[in-house]
Design a protein around this ligand. Sequence first.
Ligand code: 21W
Length: 249
Amino acid sequence: MSTPREAPYPFDVVTLFEPLMSAYLGGSILGRAAERGIIEVSYTDPRDFTHDVHRTVDDGPFGGGAGMVMMPEPLASAIESVHARRAPARPRVILLGPAGRVFDQRVAAEYAALPGGICLVCGRYEGIDERIAEHMVDEELSIGDYVLTGGELGAMVVIDAVSRLLPGVLGNAEGAHDESFTGTPLLEHPQYTRPREWRGHTVPDVLLSGHHAAIDRWRQDQRVARTRARRPDLYARWERSRDEEEGAG
Ligand code: 21W
């Protein structure tokens, strides 16, 4: 998965809305991971790099049109201050935006393995000046085909998905090992807990049988059937990788 590290995994976030993000990321499992020194999330506000009394970070678009565009200089200075603070490490600079490569579990694993961590740049308003994307950013990343009001939710999605891949973030050492989208891309089997009968609905008998081989077989059948029914795209990928394995072996 990812190599063990002695220093915390460094996340940097360039955002106008630190309170919004730290309220979420400071709680729950990620807050505990930060307290335990497994991750470190630092925030940089482009507004701190303005020089006018209004601390202006946006302006209307050249060529006309509705909405505001984030100006290049405050963003550039914010990104440069991250590099200065992290040097000699070189975090990958990732711009969150709807036109980027689409985030998935493979991208999360790729980021988790980066020794220098990642710097997530969030835009607000109608986006940012294109020259930042061209000259200050290593790659652009989308979290899916829908339109948000800014990059902060995207950055939080990335931090959450990357963090849970780091050793020690989840309770057990095995952690994220056996789940959907890692290894064979199948969905998970259904799971049940007590009571055995809830409002007249029972738990599948095989799960109460104590027959572990039968349980494993049932779970695998469920994963295949559910993936075929709900995610034909993933099912096709799984069939291909299975056929390739058979061809090679
Ligand atoms: C929405 C930024 C629309 C830019 C004409 C030319 C981050 C996001 C975002 C946003 C535009 C992500 C324009 C999936 C998302 C994000 C705000 C483009 C400007 N008009 N993943 N250019 N979807 N969204 N419009 O929206 O920042 S990750």
